[in-house]
Design a binder for this molecule. Structure first.
Ligand SMILES: Cc1ncc(COP(=O)(O)O)c(C=O)c1O
Length: 490
């Protein structure tokens, strides 16, 4: 950025378009690589030539269209209905199925879909003063966020440390008269295992409670894997008792970010999801989703992506992904000291270390140093810390390079040895009351850990510190830290 333009977004004098784009490209250089199959979280890359250009052109076509009023912009309504229809059909709904009346909405992402599933369930029971939801402990954090935003009590059900699934009997036992929703994941994000959906939906139905299947992650992958012969258990509307399903198109449908679909088995189930308000002097607001003004860009881009790839395209991409998962899992199995948390049954490879001399967080740093970006997961309840790999089709051509890189990174991590935190830091992490973590204290800690200039490449010490801390302390530390990052640029 030039000095005259400053680092804020609004220079005194506007600057030429080409230079603005150069500035954005220069900023982007610091980002992790969104393409190329070496980033195993956050992004979903099919590695299909020309697809980005198509999605960008479609996005541009509809970027200024407003989803606020479907009667003003029928193009958006048509594309939204087409996306919902495609998702419903893929997930066991529509004409000729046991869920012929399925309906849905396009939301801005998985978290929004889950918030709305909880809102619909809550508002379907206005008689309950203190509604509750039953969620496996492996359920996505967005359910905790929904519970928090919507003042619903979260009843987490522990998962078995071996199967990484909740026991059906424990799910049943957690259902109370105030329960408005029971959740199952297909699959869970952290470990990629599919919950026993049919059994969970059955106990929910017996209790007369809605059952939401969070297929945000796997809803656009599992059906293709099943068609390719994988033993995917029933998880969609074919399962009696499943009342709603979420599937993110910005994950395995490979659409640009900002698109998820929330499906309900019938219009009556969806009705309490809507918000309508006429008691003001402006237009009557009718919002199926959380946002009111909505850009048509993400919807058009998703529509173009689905139309272009088609069923044959998704089947091909699923086959590549399946092969990549198998290759990565084999590399992990072949490595002394590493253990798969679960045999892969979807598109996640998750492993832990069972050798105290091999520090997982050091390993993650060593992989990063070699250009492989994995996601560390901190220990939780009786589950050890682990490393998560979201695998997409673009990983397939890279698998052969991953095995030697993993071996090399493991050797380097062993040579470096485990992180040893100073005892006072361990005491700090374990002993703090979250409310004692003042902004000043966290700023001092961040400086001491070298985090004051952003996030360094080597994060093992920070991860070890967080790993030693209880959840409430982790939350507080990281919220304060993100607050430190989010400062206006002048
Ligand atoms: C199972 C599951 N549910 C919900 C979400 C939340 O989706 P988003 O990040 O689009 O809000 C994710 C994201 O990874 C997920 O894996």
């Amino acid at each position: 950025m030039s000095d005259t333009a400053g680092t804020g977004a609004l220079p005194v004098q506007g600057i030429p378009a080409a230079r603005v784009l150069d500035e954005i490209r220069a900023l982007r250089a610091a980002d992790r690589p969104t393409h190329g199959g070496r980033l195993f979280a956050y992004v979903y890359d099919p590695g299909v030539a020309g697809l980005d250009e198509l999605a960008q052109a479609a996005y541009a076509e509809s970027a200024h269209v407003n989803g606020l009023d479907p009667t003003a912009f029928p193009s958006l309504l048509a594309m939204e209905n087409a996306l919902v229809g495609a998702a419903a059909k893929l997930l066991g709904g529509g004409p000729g199925t046991s869920a012929p009346d399925v309906v849905g909405s396009v939301t801005g992402g998985g978290t929004e879909s889950l918030l709305l599933a909880v809102k619909a369930a809550r508002d379907a029971r206005p008689d309950l003063a203190e509604p509750r939801i039953v969620v496996p402990a492996s359920g996505h954090a967005a359910f905790a966020k929904a519970a928090h935003y919507l003042r619903v009590t979260l009843d987490p059900v522990p998962v078995d440390p071996v199967t990484l699934r909740p026991a059906v009997a424990a799910m049943a036992a957690a259902i109370r008269p105030e329960t408005v929703l029971v959740v199952a994941s297909a699959p869970s994000y952290a470990h990629g295992v599919v919950d026993p959906v049919a059994e969970i939906a059955a106990v929910a139905a017996d209790a007369g409670v809605r059952c939401h299947v969070d297929a945000c992650f796997g809803g656009w992958a599992l059906p293709w894997l099943r068609r390719l012969g994988a033993p995917v258990p029933p998880f969609d509307f074919a399962v009696p008792g499943v009342t709603s399903i979420s599937v993110d198109l910005h994950k395995y449908a490979y659409a640009p970010k900002g698109v998820s679909v929330l499906l309900h088995r019938d219009p009556a189930s969806r009705a309490p999801q809507y918000f309508a308000y006429a008691d003001w002097p402006g237009y009557t607001m009718v919002n199926p989703v959380i946002a009111s003004t909505r850009s048509g860009g993400p919807i058009a881009a998703a529509y173009a992506t689905l139309r272009h790839l088609g069923e044959d395209g998704y089947l091909r991409l699923a086959a590549s992904t399946r092969d990549a998962v198998a290759g990565l899992a084999a590399a992990v199995r072949a490595t002394d000291g590493l253990r798969l948390m679960a045999e892969p049954e979807s598109t996640v490879v998750c492993f832990t270390a069972d050798d105290p001399e091999l520090d997982l967080f050091v390993l993650v740093d060593e992989l990063t140093a070699r250009g492989w970006h994995t996601q560390p997961q901190l220990r939780y309840a009786d589950l050890p810390a682990s490393v998560h790999l979201t695998v997409t089709a673009a990983v397939a051509p890279r698998v052969a390079e991953f095995s030697p890189a993993l071996a090399d990174a493991v050797a380097a991590a062993r040579a470096a040895g485990p992180v040893v935190l100073p005892p006072e830091l361990v005491a700090l992490a374990g002993g703090f009351a979250p409310e004692a973590l003042t902004p000043e204290l966290v700023a001092g800690l961040a400086e001491g850990l070298g985090l004051d200039g952003g996030v360094p490449d080597r994060m093992a010490v920070v991860n070890t510190l967080l790993d030693a801390a209880p959840a409430a302390v982790r939350e507080r530390l990281l919220a304060e830290f993100v607050g430190l990052l989010q400062r206006p640029a002048w």
